[in-house]
Design a protein around this ligand. Structure first.
Ligand SMILES: CC[C@@H](C(=O)O)C(=O)SCCNC(=O)CCNC(=O)[C@H](O)C(C)(C)COP(=O)(O)OP(=O)(O)OC[C@H]1O[C@@H](n2cnc3c(N)ncnc32)[C@H](O)[C@@H]1OP(=O)(O)O
Ligand SMILES: [Co+2]
Length: 134
């Protein structure tokens, strides 16, 4: 069901510093910051030859990554995103198998303008999974 790795997301306490590090120290191709108010984050995508890194930083008062950064003040890997062809079919299959699909199971439009869903990290080896329909 899952396809390509779309991105690995890293929660960062200082978005400008992390962006500069990927651009200047690691020599990566870096996209401009993107506010995503529906998701409570600002993102910067790092374009790699085979996938992307998504730097994420809290936006607004109710960011879903605020607690994660409180527990991990230096930042850390927050989620991985896999591509799926049919997100509703993926959700139904996962729900039938007992996995917790977050946000009531209703996809939101993600940073690439495509529907996304999240799966509870406690159901997937301690790793928060994002599914993106492509
Ligand atoms: C830009 C849009 C989009 C894209 O297109 O790419 C994005 O990527 S948006 C990214 C941000 N959005 C989200 O993370 C949405 C989904 N997340 C959530 O719904 C919540 O964050 C959560 C995963 C359900 C956790 O929320 P909550 O239960 O309120 O937090 P707790 O701190 O109580 O956590 C409970 C439990 O889970 C562990 N945890 C939390 N986050 C993670 C994580 N990212 N990876 C691994 N484990 C995580 C946390 O440590 C707690 O464990 P215990 O301490 O053992 O109880
Ligand atoms: Co993401």
């Amino acid at each position: 069901m899952i396809g390509r790795l779309n991105h690995v997301a890293i929660a960062v306490p200082d978005l400008e510093a992390a962006t500069a590090q990927y651009r200047d120290t690691l020599g990566a191709s870096v996209r401009p910051p993107q506010d995503e108010p529906e998701h409570g984050v600002t993102v910067v995508f790092i374009e790699l030859p085979n996938t992307k890194v998504e730097l994420i930083h809290p936006l607004g008062d109710a960011s879903p990554i605020a607690a994660f950064l409180e527990k991990n003040p230096a930042g850390g890997i927050h989620h991985i995103c896999y591509e799926v062809e049919d997100i509703a079919a993926a959700r139904d299959r996962l729900t039938a198998q007992g996995a917790r699909v977050l946000g009531g199971g209703e996809p939101k439009i993600g940073a690439h303008g495509k529907p996304v869903l999240f799966l509870h990290p406690k159901d997937f080896n301690g790793c928060l999974i994002e599914l993106e329909e492509v």
